[in-house]
Ligand binder design. Structure first.
Ligand SMILES: [Zn+2]
Length: 331
């Protein structure tokens, strides 16, 4: 396996040093293709959604952001052609991800097809992830620059484990980072690191997601001690935790000397079928791509954080995450 040297994006490969301020955990369009076909959302208009995404990315660019990672993988309705339309018109680079969002388990196709399954054969998850990493996603030629895996409050089930195994195997084709969705209430990130580590994924190639929502500082210290990155990646997501609590936890983690492990993002979306725009306007009005720069960074500055520290979380650490170990020591 060769180190990346450059990062795949919708607009071509980019040197890690050129990524600039980066939001590592976002979504453009979270969809439910089968539901959407059977029961179309009254709030979905494809052209309007693309225009809205371009407008919001223009706003991000105005705020200084240069790159976002769209962690919308299959299982969340990934549609690379749609994101490519946005990428061709937006002034912010977009990194694509492969993986499978096996929330509640894998689709029955994967339960019936694979090693030891009814239709015995190679694991189609591995075929998918490797193709996304080496040939491109969904026929677009855009290669994935990240892999996303998930486990929930009940731990790593057999289905989740299969995705973890496929992710580890596929990383043989490209040394991309693994982003996890970890349940913030159950210290699930530790089990994720255990399993990924045994599968050969170094802990310092893993961003444990959503841990900024946990408030459990000893847990975060333990994750960092193992070398993982800490995703404070849900600013504005009011139904999961308050920003007051996230900021408190963030300062506790920084006081513990873990600045170089922290990354910041929103886990927001332009359009989600799960929590549609009308619901977000009513219940989570701050949960959008501009919230960090409009409200959280000014607050962090007021509470004493310096520009070097903000730069570390938005530029230097994302560069090391996406660029790989070759960029670990070159600050
Ligand atoms: Zn997410």
């Amino acid at each position: 396996m060769t180190p990346l040297g450059s990062v795949a994006t919708y607009s071509g490969r980019v040197a890690p040093d050129d990524l600039g301020p980066t939001l590592l955990h976002e979504h453009l369009f979270v969809r439910q293709p089968e539901v959407d076909r059977a029961l179309p959302s009254p709030e979905w208009d494809e052209d309007a959604a693309v225009a809205e995404a371009v407008e919001q990315l223009n706003g991000l660019r105005d705020r200084g952001v240069r790159t976002i990672v769209d962690l919308t993988v299959p299982g969340l309705g990934r549609d690379a052609r749609l994101v490519a339309r946005v990428a061709s018109a937006a002034p912010v680079r977009i990194v694509a991800a492969t993986g499978w969002y096996a929330h509640g388990g894998l689709p029955s196709f994967f339960r019936l097809n694979g090693p030891g399954c009814t239709v015995d054969g190679p694991d189609p998850l591995i075929e998918l992830f490797v193709r996304d990493l080496t040939e491109g996603i969904e026929g677009t030629g855009v290669r994935a620059g990240a892999i996303k895996v998930l486990s929930e409050a009940d731990g790593i089930t057999a289905d989740h484990r299969r995705v973890f195994e496929a992710a580890a195997e596929a990383r043989g084709a490209a040394d991309v980072p693994v982003f996890t969705h970890a349940d913030p209430t159950t210290r699930g990130g530790l089990e994720q690191l255990d399993v990924l580590g045994r599968l050969g994924v170094p802990n310092d190639r893993v961003v444990v997601g959503h841990v900024g929502d946990s408030g459990d500082v000893p847990y975060l210290r333990e994750l960092a001690a193992r070398g993982a990155f800490l995703g404070f990646d849900r600013f504005g997501m009011a139904h999961s935790a308050s920003d007051d609590a996230r900021v408190r936890t963030l300062f506790a983690v920084l006081d513990a000397g873990l600045l170089d492990r922290v990354v910041l993002s929103h886990d927001a979306a332009i359009h989600s079928r799960m929590t549609p725009p009308s619901w977000r306007r009513a219940h989570t009005p701050d949960w959008h791509l501009h919230h960090l720069h409009d409200a959280i960074l000014p607050r962090l500055r007021r509470e004493g954080l310096g520009e070097d520290e903000i730069r570390a979380m938005l530029v230097d650490t994302p560069r090391r995450v996406l660029g790989g170990p070759a960029h670990e020591g070159d600050r």
